[in-house]
Every structure is written in structure tokens, then in C-alpha cells.
Write a protein of this length. Structure first.
Length: 243
């Protein structure tokens, strides 16, 4: 009886290996799926990208099952892939690496940041669908789209710890900003400080006890602006806007 049990176990193991499965815990996952890699929001920039197993931007794929690995770098963005039979996404408020198993079939698939779908998006086709060139992904996060006139994008942060900062959404310096409309995304990570922006025509701030993300749509005017923590004025910065 003991020999029969050993033989049965051996045959089962051979069958699993022949089928290409790896047993892990209570479930089994296919071990030979090609890997698609997504990146979104590195340094909180308005960037999103998807590359294939070779590292090239994804434009067209064969129908089959893939492993989707998403590197989500930002708490103001997420990565959302959808199309025939697929609808998976990372949380906007979290960062980290997320893994999904997706089965792609003939058709067109899109990936977007749900919070900024008009700007952060790409697409690719699968199988018999015509090849698309709308995806703008690269092996690294794609450069942020050039802001349209009157649509400057800024990113501010206060905390954790004794820190405060404000910059452009693509990570560049504030020097050279021109007057016009702007969107400012502020991440308040402190219960001891707040983010207070003031200057010509603007007086906006988060609460000291507040922690979270807010979006301000403002109009910048020529002149000097300051940002600071009200409880600890030593945390401050400034920039100038030209006409």
C-alpha cells in the first residue's frame, strides 16, 4: 500500500510539471505567462506606461494569458487596464507593486489613470484587431505631457516629519512659471503642519489635523507666492510668476 501511494504521488507531480503549473499554497498558477509591466506616477509625475516581455512599448499582443506587474509610484494616480474580459486597477491612495493575471482576447485594451484619464492614457490591440499606435508608453515612465497654455500642473507636499515642498508635476523647478490657470495637487502627510499657499489672488490651505490629498484649481497672477506651515513658519518656500 505504501509503494502504491508513493507511485501515485510521483505520477501526480509529473502531471503538474508537464502541465506547466507551479503549486503555491492552496492554489496553482501558470508559471510560463509572459509578463507585462506597467508604471504610473513616478515622483508623482503625470506619467503612465506599459511595456511587454521584451521591454518595448506595448502596441499589439497575441491573445493569451499574461501576468501584469504594475509599479504604482504615487498616491494621486493609479493604473487601470480594461478591455474585452479584463477590468483590473490599482488603488489611487496606495503605492507599491501589484500583480494581476489577465487573459487577453481579440480587441482593443486601454490603460489609464482614473483620476486623470484625459491626460494619462494609452491603448493597444490584441489578436485580429488592427494594430494601434495610440499608446505612448516607453520602457521607463513616459515624459509628462507638455501642459497646455493656462493649465499648469503643480504638486505640493507637507510631511511626513518637518518638510514642505512645491514643484511642477513633472518634477522640474518652479522658476519660469507664467501667469494663467493652474491645478495644484497637495498631499498633506502631517498632523502637525498644514500647507498654506498665498499670493496674488490666492489664499488656500489645508487643515493642521487634516491628512489626505486635495486638488486646487487656481489662477496664477504675476508676482510672488509663498507656501508655508502655519504652526511652524520655519517650513516655507516661495516662487515668482511672470506675466
Amino acid at each position: 500500500m505504501r509503494r502504491l501511494r508513493i507511485a501515485a504521488i510521483a505520477l501526480l507531480a509529473c502531471g503538474l510539471l508537464a502541465g506547466g503549473y507551479v503549486v503555491a499554497g492552496a492554489g496553482a498558477t501558470r508559471g510560463d505567462n509572459p509578463v507585462l509591466t506597467g508604471n504610473v506616477g513616478q515622483n508623482d509625475a503625470f506619467t503612465i506606461g506599459l511595456t511587454g516581455p521584451t521591454g518595448a512599448p506595448v502596441q499589439h499582443l497575441d491573445p493569451r494569458t499574461y501576468t501584469l506587474l504594475v509599479h504604482d509610484h504615487s498616491t494621486i494616480h493609479n493604473f487601470h487596464l480594461s478591455g474585452p474580459g479584463v477590468d483590473v486597477s490599482t488603488p489611487i491612495e496606495q503605492t507599491g507593486d501589484f500583480t494581476f493575471t489577465v487573459t487577453l482576447s481579440d480587441g482593443t485594451y486601454t490603460y489609464v489613470c482614473d483620476a486623470h484619464a484625459a491626460e494619462m492614457k494609452g491603448a493597444f490591440t490584441v489578436g485580429a484587431a488592427a494594430t494601434t499606435t495610440t499608446g505612448t508608453t516607453t520602457g521607463k515612465p513616459a515624459p509628462a505631457p507638455a501642459p497646455k497654455p493656462g493649465a499648469t500642473k503643480l504638486a505640493g507636499v507637507v510631511g511626513p516629519g518637518s518638510s514642505i515642498a512645491l514643484g511642477t508635476a513633472d518634477g522640474s523647478r518652479l522658476s519660469g512659471l507664467s501667469a494663467g490657470k493652474a491645478t495644484i495637487v497637495v498631499k498633506d502627510r502631517s498632523k502637525r503642519d498644514n500647507f498654506h499657499l498665498s499670493g496674488p489672488g490666492i489664499a488656500r490651505k489645508t487643515g493642521v489635523a487634516f491628512r489626505g490629498t486635495v486638488t486646487w484649481r487656481v489662477t496664477l497672477k504675476a508676482g510672488r507666492y509663498t507656501y508655508r506651515s502655519d504652526p511652524h513658519p520655519v517650513l516655507h518656500g516661495s516662487f515668482r510668476v511672470k506675466r
